[in-house]
Design a binder for this molecule. Sequence first.
Ligand SMILES: Cc1cc2nc3c(=O)[nH]c(=O)nc-3n(C[C@H](O)[C@H](O)[C@H](O)COP(=O)(O)OP(=O)(O)OC[C@H]3O[C@@H](n4cnc5c(N)ncnc54)[C@H](O)[C@@H]3O)c2cc1C
Length: 342
Amino acid sequence: MTAPRILIIGGGLAGTCLAWRLHERGVPFMVVDRDEPATSSKVAAGLVTPITGMRMNLNWRYGTLHPEAVAFYRNIESLLGSAFYHDVPIVKLLRDDWSVDRWQKRCRQPEVQPYFTLPDGPLVDESIFSAPLGGYEMKQSGWLDSAAFLSASRAFFLEQRRWQTGESDGSLVWRGETYTHAVFCIGWEAAKHPWFDWLPFRSARGTVLQVSADTGGEKRIINRSCWVLPRGDGTLRVGPTYELDFDDASTPSPASVQELESKLQSLLKRPYEVLGSQTGVRPIITRRHAVFGLHPGKPNIGFINGLGSKGVLRAPWVGRQFVEHLLDGKTIEQDMDLAGNF
Ligand SMILES: Cc1cc2nc3c(=O)[nH]c(=O)nc-3n(C[C@H](O)[C@H](O)[C@H](O)COP(=O)(O)OP(=O)(O)OC[C@H]3O[C@@H](n4cnc5c(N)ncnc54)[C@H](O)[C@@H]3O)c2cc1C
């Protein structure tokens, strides 16, 4: 095989993690990104949670994906001399009788037990947060400041002449240079691309608020119907919505802002001020944890997508799997392989 030279199209979490994985293996590449101000990866809260969703399920393959993701971000932090991954407990407050009942069953399951604790005393300061039904505190959780991670990575690759602003159509010749493969890491918009529009995309817009409020120095992430993420500078991020029907991918709708405000009011007992809002679209492919690999009819065209609401946790693993497939011939698991059955 000709020595690989990779054009990465899209510099979100998928494309940036792939770039780092290629960098680790010494493979030449170029990232081309539109450098838009608000994308899914830039807007994301970046939460990494072992127990997830309304049903409080154990996050898919958490026991292997979580240590790999933390080691990956820590390595890049030490290489770049900056900090963007934060180990922080997440307090889950139960919101209704159904969730209390669900948690009673869930917390007895041995596979869940390493991931939560029930501190002595109140879970939160109840003069600040409303917690009538109690809850639990997650361990081995945290958040990636994804905007900071992307911006530090971009600066590093720019200096190495491995990042350009632009829009690629997937041609293997980009600005006079020829590549062996072009890998589409373009997020939810792949659903509109003729090479990928056969995939069962069901992407969901999400909105977050930037809020200023006095939460008594709380450093943990607090969740009840919405999460509240203290950023350490007196501001909070509050979110997200999950909107399957949307027209505009980049402007938050008044209804989504109102929905978040009403959830925040039922959680936070203190006054707050909304400083702004942002929206992005999570790339979701129905019933898949991720989809990646080479195009079944175009062997020089690669693809990484479908990271859903779990891009921070999954992108480092998926990036490595993709590179091992390309360089070492490692098989991609059937249900995640772009060339598999859909
Ligand atoms: C509100 C919200 C909250 C979220 N919260 C979390 C969370 O707490 N934890 C978590 O893990 N995940 C979260 N996510 C999901 C996470 O953001 C996604 O899984 C992840 O961002 C997907 O990354 P991506 O690189 O596939 O797509 P994107 O981030 O959409 O990146 C695609 C990139 O490709 C570029 N591009 C597109 N077409 C072209 C082209 N032709 N040429 C060049 N560039 C192109 C775009 O400009 C963009 O930069 C959240 C998402 C949202 C919207």
